[in-house]
Design a protein around this ligand. Structure first.
Ligand code: GLU
Length: 330
């Protein structure tokens, strides 16, 4: 057998994002246009590491990806895993990388590594990070220690758990962090070095319902209750509130939470961007003790956006009754 045939197989799926963007007309900004093959052309060294099959699944800015498209991406990735690839790499925009990674992580039943990556600088910019991130993602996908860790985000030579990672800076190269938890591992001179052991995982079934809506609203100073009052009437089936501090809202919003939670699950998360929600500290109206009495569930460390993803998936597979158990573990 030739040496090339002995190399492990990696499947790469491109979804778009800055990593695939270029200027297509003078004076215009960059837009997603590079296919998976064009991305690979910038990395000839991959040929020595793996046999690569590459597919362009979408060419979208990541803000425009939908849950339905992501379920198709999941099915594509599952088909690759079932054909026995060593690992799967998805390239996409960084704007929703954390949400997509968490969505896929919830639904990923295999040991096969599912690695997501992107870039903060487009290929036309000096110091473009796309090729380095793609190379690192393939290296992580190839590592035996990456098995059984679900979906991981590999960026800036760090490996992050889907549940903890967030884009914490709009334009910086070091935009991603897993605040309080730290990265799962690092790439050191191209070697994959995990800092943590894999955690036991439990995946959810693929949602059968796709037409439901979960609202995400952020509490802000002196905000009115108009949108909140409309949530149930507009057909939403779940509500996440990015609350003040440890998961709090105003007295006016608290009254609405009390009513809405008769109709649908309400999750109270924190808008701060770091830290957990409280459970038993604050007794004022709109504080977490009052909101829990009114039927809301507290998010723990899970950020508001990922709470929305979790609730959407649970409702979609008829498992919203499990929400409290999922959040308690976060
Ligand atoms: N900075 C983002 C990116 O890395 C913008 C576009 C997007 O998320 O698709 O790709």
């Amino acid at each position: 057998m030739s040496e090339v045939l002995q190399l492990p197989l990696i499947a790469i799926g491109a979804l778009g994002g800055t990593v695939s963007m270029q200027v297509n007309a003078p004076g215009e900004g960059v837009t997603p246009s590079l296919s998976s093959e064009a991305l690979l052309a910038s990395l000839p060294q991959l040929e020595d590491l793996a046999r690569i099959t590459a597919q362009t699944l979408h060419l979208l800015p990541s803000a425009s990806l939908t849950f339905i498209q992501l379920i198709d991406v999941l099915q594509w990735a599952k088909a690759q895993a079932e054909q026995g690839v060593q690992g799967i790499v998805l390239t996409q925009g960084t704007d929703t990388l954390e949400e997509v990674a968490y969505f896929l992580d919830l639904l990923w039943p295999y040991q096969t590594p599912l690695i997501l990556t992107g870039a903060m600088r487009s290929p036309n910019q000096a110091g473009a990070d796309g090729p380095a991130n793609l190379l690192a993602a393939v290296q992580v996908a190839l590592a035996d220690e990456s098995q059984g860790r679900g979906a991981l985000v590999v960026i800036n030579d760090q490996i992050h758990a889907a549940e903890h990672v967030r884009k914490a800076d709009s334009l910086a190269m070091a935009a991603f962090s897993s605040t309080h938890f730290g990265p799962e591992g690092l790439l050191v001179e191209g070697r994959v070095r995990y800092l943590k052991a894999p955690k036991p995982r439990c995946s959810l079934p693929v949602p059968e319902r796709l037409d439901h809506r979960v609202a995400l609203l952020e509490a802000s100073l002196a905000a009115d209750t108009l949108l909140l009052e409309e949530v149930a009437g507009l057909g939403y089936e779940g509500l996440v509130i990015a609350g003040f501090g440890a998961g709090h809202v105003s007295q006016q919003w608290a009254r609405c939470v009390g009513q809405i939670s008769h109709w649908m699950p309400v999750i109270m998360a924190s808008r701060t961007g770091a830290g957990a929600t409280a459970l038993r500290s604050y007794g004022f109206i709109g504080g977490e003790m009052d909101l829990q009495r009114k039927g809301a569930l507290m998010a723990g460390f899970l950020c508001p956006r990922k709470c929305r993803v979790l609730l959407w998936v649970l409702i979609g597979c008829g498992m919203e009754g499990e929400l409290g158990r999922w959040l308690a573990a976060r």
